[in-house]
Design a protein around this ligand. Sequence first.
Ligand SMILES: Cc1cc2nc3c(=O)[nH]c(=O)nc-3n(C[C@H](O)[C@H](O)[C@H](O)COP(=O)(O)OP(=O)(O)OC[C@H]3O[C@@H](n4cnc5c(N)ncnc54)[C@H](O)[C@@H]3O)c2cc1C
Length: 408
Amino acid sequence: MAIDFSFSPEVEDIRLQIRSFMQDEVAPRAAEVEGDDGDREAYIRVIVELRKEAYQKGFWLPHMPEEWGGMGLGPTALAAVSAEAAKVRIGPYVLNCQAPDEGNMHTLLHFGTEAQKENYLRPLCEGRMRSCFSMTEPEVAGSDPTLIQTRAEQDGDEWVINGHKWFTSGARGAHFAIVIACTNPEAEIPQARNTAFIVHTDSEGFELVRDVETMAGGHNHCEIRYTDVRVGKDAILGELGGGHKLGQVRLGPARLAHCMRWIGQIEMALEMLLARAQSRFAHGSYLSDKQGIQWMMADSARELYAAKLMVLHSAYKIEQGLDFKQEVSMAKHHVANTLWRVVDRAMQVHGALGYSTDTPLAGMLQQARWSRFADGADEVHQFRTAELLMKAYNDTGSINAGVGGLPI
Ligand SMILES: Cc1cc2nc3c(=O)[nH]c(=O)nc-3n(C[C@H](O)[C@H](O)[C@H](O)COP(=O)(O)OP(=O)(O)OC[C@H]3O[C@@H](n4cnc5c(N)ncnc54)[C@H](O)[C@@H]3O)c2cc1C
């Protein structure tokens, strides 16, 4: 039997070490400085101190290979570590595996020239720089990058970028942005219109317009105008016209990395639901004795179980170099929706307490809402899943390759 659902003792050991580090050291320090009225300087100081500690313990860059200073875990072990780290909001920052830097590191590792790796990837890995990814535009549907209007035009040895972006997460404080711009609007294949550029955020013409206020407040999701921003040809990341492909390569593992972190959040919400239901008494018994509440528990357990299997199987496919598009799409849709439903159920069971900001649930629900449309809206993943399912059936006469390609 080749199917084995356990990790090696080494990986299990690291997972438990990360769990203890998060529970015993990161969570209490985060609780001291988190909250809307918190002192931002104190918050950053705590993150910097915890990062040093994480680095010294070897809990650094779980997603990167060892030659870049990472833990060299591989995608499946990464799932275990990321889920533990995400149980504390600042956990991924402490391990230097937060979005969007984590996705940008993958992108630079995959597509960067040697010089780009030295100038951008190395400082990111060493925690000396931060970055952002600037693709979505307010004027056109972010779900369809072939519509991107930001233009990059060649002028001698330089490229001149003009455009308008928003929801460029992490832009405030970032040293550079990976900007997706249209370089050839006439390209026969729409997917060959765009190119990725590395743009320094202190370049002339880079204007950070505002931190877009969201239903969860301001979280550094910025609106940016690019006006005659000039970059050299060495700023092109990957191939000319390869921006769409780069986005897809970046987004596959990055989507799954989101799912790994969401699993940690789902687990935390379900544990809170159980604790509350077993301690809150109403109408003659504990909430946990009532069938309506037990159904919430059972539904959440079943959905979380499926979420974990999907994430691990997708990670396995990435690790084995197998095609993972269908699995990651289905996982992204399922895990995002499970996150939304389980956090909502936990809030329901907590009543007014859940709606208050005395527990993390209110903040978790706000974050859970965007998971259903960022990095591919539910409906986009659904139509892609249906397309690949039909392709599998039409090419082979079987749906198997469209439903995970499992040996049953
Ligand atoms: C918290 C957060 C962080 C983000 N960070 C970044 C970032 O760092 N960099 C970046 O570039 N972008 C970022 N984004 C933007 C995100 O990637 C986009 O929101 C996403 O791609 C969807 O694009 P849109 O918002 O323009 O929605 P639209 O593309 O306008 O879609 C709106 C809705 O239309 C429906 N829809 C779209 N296409 C179809 C279809 N084919 N079939 C059926 N229904 C469809 C879906 O219901 C979808 O939710 C972030 C967004 C959020 C909320």
